[in-house]
Design a binder for this molecule. Structure first.
Ligand code: PLP
Length: 262
């Protein structure tokens, strides 16, 4: 039951508070080491597989950015969270701004329209054929989601990344990024925000993020407002911060180990 809003136990809230303090300390330390301002880093809590109640608990701890990787899960959860907040589920302190939802998963063409109706951000646009569906969904909903182009960090000529979630984590080859980005930039209801990537499994993350940084700098030359570099997860966030990441997508370190791989 991943969309339930039954209030979290005091124990779970304590666990989330403790994990969040840990993650914030890791981010601050990584920023210090890189000579960067921690305030310039955005933490996205990746809530996939976790109930809306956990999201509500984190909003009361000051988190307002959440990541989901499936339309079937993210859409009802975003509704449950909005409903739970307006009903004041749990302690009603600090009900401030609405939460921001980031879609970070593999995007199917037949889901693009639907995702654009609830996600405020879409990090995983990795082919041109997704753009028309996103634009149509955003226009129909009267919204303007922010879009990152997902870049593959697999090394050309070596085996593509194979993870438990499927044959590949997705991503456009670096030389296709500019073309996809231009389509997004030309879409009236989409805002080109930057680039996103997942480090290859089983290889050092830092050099992979360094390659993402180069791709990002190339994109910035043509699209100076596409300032976002979405990179870094629970295990490699310091490497991502060192290479210029602006948005960190952290699941396990905040919520614990997922009961199943999504
Ligand atoms: C699940 C997921 C994350 C979070 O990963 P953790 O290792 O749990 O922090 C980040 N990015 C993407 C694309 C994901 O699917």
């Amino acid at each position: 039951m991943t969309v339930g809003t039954a209030p979290t136990s005091a124990e779970r809230t304590g666990e989330l508070r403790h994990n969040l303090a840990d993650v914030r300390e890791r981010i601050a330390a990584a920023a210090r080491a890189a000579g960067r301002d921690p305030a310039a880093l955005t933490l996205i809590a990746v809530s996939k597989t976790w109930p809306a109640a956990d999201v509500l608990a984190l909003t009361r701890l000051g988190i307002d950015q959440f990541g989901e990787n499936r339309d079937q899960e993210g859409r009802p959860k975003s509704v449950a969270v909005a409903t739970g907040r307006s009903a004041g589920v749990g302690p009603t302190t600090a009900i401030a701004d609405p939460v921001t939802w980031h879609f970070i998963g593999r995007l199917q063409r037949n889901k693009a329209r639907a995702v654009a109706s609830w996600a405020d951000w879409i990090h995983s646009v990795d082919r041109e054929s997704l753009v028309s569906g996103l634009e149509a969904g955003a226009a129909a909903a009267g919204r303007t989601p922010s879009v990152c182009i997902q870049v593959s960090l697999d090394v050309p000529g070596s085996e593509p990344t194979v993870g438990p979630g499927g044959p590949t984590r997705g991503g456009a080859p670096p030389d296709a990024v500019e073309r996809i980005a231009q389509l997004v930039a030309d879409a009236p209801h989409l805002r080109l925000a930057g680039v996103m990537a997942v480090a290859p499994i089983g290889r050092p993350a830092r050099p992979a993020f360094a390659r993402l940084r180069v791709v990002h700098e190339r994109l910035l030359a043509d699209h100076p407002r596409a300032t976002v570099m979405s990179a870094g997860m629970s295990s490699d966030l310091a490497d991502a911060v060192a290479e210029g990441a602006t948005h960190l997508r952290v699941g396990t370190a905040l919520f614990g180990h997922r009961p199943r791989f999504p």
